[in-house]
Design a protein around this ligand. Structure first.
Ligand code: SF4
Length: 329
């Protein structure tokens, strides 16, 4: 482990100033991913700024009927919050499908969004990995790639984003609120927060150095029913091979509103609005859902060991949509 210095920030302004004064500094709160990466030598920040004591632990109703979730609300607190369980059950289901009880007690909302891939080679400093060491190659392409992505990949990286929570948030049109040292406050959709790997898989998001996530803002809950369905190798404490977060509203026998996001299949929580549009104004049916599932995977590409994910994603999506119409499979 590389030496680093540590500062416990007393408030937001102090945290932002400390980050501005210390190039390469990283914020830390729950530490459930960053500390592991530091122990392995994958991450080597010279400075850690502990923001765990900041006042960002509130979940409050927004004036428009949405929800504002403080960046330091833990995954356990958020999953159990009455407003989340009642109005965004999809989010609660996704959170409870992730990690373990112990980890959910420590992991925070902002940290969950920014956790890094679980690609085996990324965690092994002896393997070539463009994300860890740009320009060294990608051991997963042509290697063991059962857990890797089938959508949004590049010739430089095929890793997935590991979060369940972020998949639910993408389906719910969440926005991430950030603050910079100059006082600038910004809102980004998750689409705007994450970057696809392209030629620079080591750059995973659009946050500037020292920019701090302060909250996640959810719009009012969507109409209709919500569901998070996760397929994994064992029933708990496993990352998604494929997951689907979906909302569906049926009015007068036709689908009036729909949103879908996918986990375990892409470098960011994946959304396909063209496929969503295929659902609108249609009567729900197995045939329709199969057609939509085909559309979602029309550009999917396997890498040998993960070819099965294409079929798995289709079937999981169709089953989740059937479930939302009251015809569980
Ligand atoms: Fe590294 Fe990405 Fe290749 Fe995994 S898939 S070895 S994270 S470059």
């Amino acid at each position: 482990m590389m030496p680093f210095d540590y500062l416990r920030a007393g408030n937001e302004a102090e945290a932002l100033q400390a980050a501005a004064d210390r190039p390469g500094a990283r914020f830390i709160a729950g530490g459930t991913n960053l500390l592991d990466l530091m122990k392995l030598g994958v991450e080597r920040p010279p400075h850690l700024i502990d923001i765990g004591g900041l006042d960002m632990r509130a979940v409050t109703k927004a004036p428009d009927g949405g929800l504002r979730i403080g960046a330091l609300v833990t995954n356990a607190e958020l999953a159990a919050h009455p407003l989340v369980r009642e109005r965004y059950p999809l989010l609660s289901q996704a959170l409870l499908a992730g990690a373990s009880g112990q980890l959910r007690n420590k992991a925070t909302t902002a940290g969950n969004l920014l956790q890094r891939t679980r690609c085996y080679y990324f965690y092994d400093p002896a393997s070539p990995c463009n994300k860890r060491e740009p320009g060294t190659g990608c051991a997963a392409i042509g290697g063991v790639n059962r857990i890797m992505a089938i959508l949004g990949t590049s010739a430089h990286c095929i890793a997935t984003h590991p979060s369940d929570m972020a998949v639910a948030m993408r389906a719910l049109d969440a926005q991430v609120e950030t603050r910079r040292q100059d006082g600038q406050v910004e809102l980004r959709t998750l689409d705007e927060l994450y970057r696809l790997p392209g030629e620079t898989p080591h750059i995973e998001h659009t946050l500037a150095m020292g920019e701090l996530i302060t909250a996640v803002v959810l719009p009012p809950p969507p109409k209709g029913r919500q569901r998070y369905r996760k397929v994994r190798d064992r029933a708990s404490y496993a990352f998604a091979l494929v997951s689907v977060a979906a909302t569906l509203a049926v009015e007068d026998g036709r689908i009036a509103q729909a949103a879908m996001a996918f986990g375990g299949v892409a470098p960011m929580p994946w959304r396909d609005r063209a496929a969503e549009a295929l659902l609108i104004d249609q009567p729900p049916s197995q045939a329709l859902f199969d057609r939509v599932a085909e559309a979602v995977t029309s550009e999917a590409q396997g890498h040998g060991g993960n070819d099965f994910k294409i079929t798995l994603l289709r079937r999981t999506l169709a089953a989740c949509l059937m479930d939302l119409t009251g015809n569980a499979q």
